[in-house]
Design a binder for this molecule. Structure first.
Ligand SMILES: NC(=O)c1ccc[n+]([C@@H]2O[C@H](COP(=O)([O-])OP(=O)(O)OC[C@H]3O[C@@H](n4cnc5c(N)ncnc54)[C@H](O)[C@@H]3O)[C@@H](O)[C@H]2O)c1
Length: 268
């Protein structure tokens, strides 16, 4: 059990006021960490920090280099060290998803914004954190997506930005492993966060459920479990990897829902 705990350790969760980030912040704290909840939604970050003993809310705009560097500096000044960086924030929301389809109809500005937050912002956060993670022999966990692993008709900018983060994960793991810093990625499939539960069209949700091998879609806590595992001492021999947590959605040949329907009711 000790290798799964974070006693005496300090963790930053970017986008920590949102669904998966908030679940991860709560779980890290429950397992002994002091957590910094870094988010552009400062009011929500402060409310969550009040609910977690010893937690710190830190304003962060991942699109702004100075904001990212100030966030890391503030956390280290407050807690005196940094052991875990969970890069979880991303450019999200219904309007962004709506505008992010096939590239032929995509605004260049949306592409640039997506890469500025998801890729450039995450790179700067890693760069700012690395000296402190070297000192603590700490770990980075980047949240990507199962959309980074397979082609789709939706979210070309988002999915390719997450694929770039997978390669960044490997590059950091390769360059900093000998200094004791690990870097891994978690790839969630569709996860029923409060925001998604309200916004996702039920017909599309049913399609994803039909392709999922478990009886239900994952929850924010399911992804938090994967993040906590990769960040903890028990995962000390794991680096440069992508852990897919999607209920098996990306693990099978396409069309499994159609096969299920075809065989339903057929004699064995
Ligand atoms: N929910 C899913 O189905 C799903 C699937 C695959 C991957 N993911 C990934 O999981 C991560 C968390 O997603 P979620 O579903 O919990 O989203 P969410 O919208 O509930 O939370 C995201 C948080 O990031 C913050 N944020 C947005 N832009 C920011 C910025 N510029 N600077 C700082 N903070 C910013 C938001 O305020 C919010 O609190 C994201 O990286 C997302 O791409 C989610």
């Amino acid at each position: 059990m000790d290798g799964l705990r974070f006693d005496g350790k300090v963790a930053i969760v970017t986008g920590g006021a949102g669904g998966i980030g908030a679940a991860t912040a709560r779980m890290l704290a429950a397992r002994g960490a002091s957590v910094a909840i870094a988010d552009i939604a400062t009011k929500r970050a402060e409310a969550l920090a009040r609910a977690i003993p010893g937690a710190l809310a830190v304003p962060l705009d991942l699109a702004e280099e100075a904001s990212i560097e100030a966030m890391v500096a503030r956390v280290v000044a407050h807690f005196g060290r940094l052991d875990v960086l969970h890069n979880n924030a991303a450019l999200l929301g219904p309007e962004v998803a709506q505008a992010d389809g096939d590239i032929e109809h995509m605004a260049t500005a949306l592409w640039d914004r997506t890469y500025a937050v998801n890729v450039r912002g995450t790179m700067i956060a890693c760069r700012a954190a690395l000296p402190h993670l070297r000192a603590s022999r700490g770990a980075i966990v980047n949240t990507v997506s199962n959309l980074a692993l397979q082609g789709h008709v939706i979210q070309a900018a988002y999915s390719s930005s997450k694929a770039a983060l997978i390669q960044l994960t490997r590059a950091i793991a390769a360059s900093h492993g000998s200094s004791g810093v690990r870097c891994n990625a978690v790839a969630p499939g569709m996860t029923m966060t409060p925001a998604l539960r309200d916004a996702f069209p039920p017909a599309l949700r049913a399609m994803v459920e039909a392709e999922t091998l478990r009886p239900q879609l994952g929850e924010a806590e399911d992804i938090a479990e994967a993040v906590c595992f990769l960040a903890c001492e028990a995962a000390r021999n794991i680096t440069g990897q992508v852990l897919v947590s999607d209920g098996g959605c990306a693990s099978h040949v396409p069309g499994i829902a159609g096969f299920r329907a075809f065989f339903a009711g057929e004699p064995a």
